[in-house]
Write a protein that binds this ligand. Structure first.
Ligand code: HEC
Ligand code: HEC
Length: 424
């Protein structure tokens, strides 16, 4: 295995739940304790494998939900890069599967290198200048409110509009009855089900460990990866799309959705994990938005609670990877757009032709940035392709938008190709 690959696995391990493979803090395989002591590398590896197998079973197990009908995989479909199979902007959950969600379901691929959330991110690869503060960056979910897979997994298990378990005891009761209950005890101890909080932690750890499985979650098998390895060609249109994606005066997409391998040869993740205000139009298809006073403001809340009142953080959402984005049928945190072409075209003319994207008041004037109260407009990103004046030419022509879409379609992993849907 190449050194870079090891590094990736260790980064993945530390981000998504288990301690680094060589570290002392994970349990000895098979000793069956929830908080086992030091162990050798080989034992740690065996334990990671056991937890991966367990986590995989749990991920696909609908009995872990109050409805008995919803597994993690119901929303995070492995045939859609662990994103949603449906075109709905949000999924239904809850005990009767009638409670609508608040946000679009993200893909779970390529999360392994996401840094822990920080308000001040200094990137050592940022043109060699570590003094640049890139602002709020990292974490999981659209607002970065948890750092690791094992912490994140607890959210859907208990969320009233997702798997809707009442508490840790309800999850534990389901685990006790599961076909893999024996394997669960073998990994975490015979008494584990007697202590629901421990069992709940253990379940989350197994799910977080599964999310580090490279073959499932970061195969780097897209045509673009093969191209970067010098083993495939891109069409003239795809190459043109890449150039526009990277050109700072045109798409400028790569300033956030990094498209070049890192200095150490790590393949590009197509995100810098930054939290940014893009001002996607308000989505009336989300039921919570029926209340005109409700706004999903991302980093400043309401789902995230530690930055309530931080006006400068309102409207900021995490930059998602664009790997496998062509598989999606709803785009952005609120799932407002339903074609990749519209998602890209929105960038090109958000400011030059706002009337194309935002609704109008009764008098015909455009309600621009209608999902972000005016007090927070200073937070809007105004770098290219944004920052034009109404009536200016759009940042990208129609053929240029088509070329970028064609380039984005090269980012679909090989095992997902058969599922690819046309961009429009
Ligand atoms: C009802 C649909 C639904 C179910 C079921 C569900 N999720 Fe999610 N998942 C979501 C949504 C929506 C988000 C985004 C939440 C947010 O930003 O607040 C998300 C986010 C995530 C993230 C963070 C992704 C990122 O881009 O940062 C992870 C990891 C995750 N889910 C894992 C799981 C696991 C593990 C389970 C099962 C225990 C699960 N999910 C069950 C809908 C679901
Ligand atoms: C300043 C940083 C930034 C730039 C520049 C940028 N993006 Fe994004 N991108 C984001 C953020 C942040 C989101 C999520 C915003 C949200 O959901 O509210 C996003 C979301 C997306 C999505 C939706 C992905 C999904 O999973 O739903 C697509 C598609 C996309 N960007 C494509 C592009 C393209 C193409 C360009 C260039 C024309 C571009 N982006 C330029 C930050 C950026």
């Amino acid at each position: 295995m190449a050194a870079g690959q090891w590094k990736r696995i260790i980064i993945a391990a530390s981000m998504l739940g288990i301690a680094a493979i060589s570290s002392a803090s994970i349990g000895r395989a098979g000793t069956g304790s929830v908080h086992p002591g030091p162990m050798s590398r080989a034992d740690a590896f065996a334990r990671a494998q056991a937890l991966t197998a367990l986590g995989r079973k749990m991920f696909f197990d609908p009995s872990l939900s109050a409805s008995g009908k919803q597994a993690c995989s119901s929303c995070h479909d492995p045939h859609h890069a662990f994103g949603p199979a449906s075109a709905a902007p949000v999924e239904m959950g809850g005990p009767k599967l009638d409670q609508p969600g608040l946000r679009a379901v993200p893909s779970l691929r390529y999360l392994q290198a996401a840094p822990a959330f920080t308000e001040h991110f200094h990137d050592s690869e940022d043109e060699g200048d570590e003094s640049v503060d890139n602002g709020p960056t990292g974490g999981l979910t659209w607002d970065g409110r948890v750092d690791r897979g094992k912490d994140q997994a607890k959210i859907p298990l208990l969320s009233p509009f997702e798997m809707a378990n009442k508490d840790a005891a309800a999850v534990t009761a389901a685990l006790r009855k599961a076909a893999y209950a024996g394997a669960f005890k073998a990994a975490f101890g015979d008494q584990v089900f007697d202590h629901p909080d421990d069992a709940f932690d253990a379940a989350a750890e197994a799910l977080g460990t599964f999310e580090q499985s490279a073959a499932d979650f970061y195969p780097y098998s897209s045509r673009y990866d093969v191209f970067l390895a010098g083993k495939a060609r891109l069409t003239a249109q795809e190459l043109r799309g890449r150039a526009l994606f990277e050109d700072e005066t045109k798409g400028n997409c790569a300033s956030c959705h990094l498209s070049q391998p890192a200095n150490d040869g790590e393949p590009p993740q197509f995100t810098d994990y930054g939290l940014i205000a893009v001002a996607v139009p308000r989505n009336p298809a989300i039921s919570a938005n029926a209340d005109p006073a409700y706004f999903d403001l991302g980093l400043c809340g309401p789902l995230r609670t530690d930055f309530h009142g931080r006006a400068d953080y309102c409207g900021l959402f995490k930059t998602p990877t664009l790997r496998n984005v062509a598989l999606r049928k709803s785009f952005f945190h609120n799932g407002y757009f339903h074609t990749l072409r519209d998602a890209v075209a929105f960038y090109a003319s958000r400011d030059s032709d706002p009337g194309r994207w935002y609704p109008k008041y009764a008098d015909g004037t455009v309600r621009e940035y209608d999902d972000l109260p005016k007090a927070y407009w200073p937070n809007l990103n105004q770098d290219p392709p944004f920052g034009r004046k109404p009536g200016d030419r759009p940042a990208l022509t129609d053929p240029e938008i088509d070329a970028i879409v064609a380039f984005l379609q090269t980012l679909t992993d090989a095992d997902q190709q058969a599922e690819a849907v046309p961009a429009n």
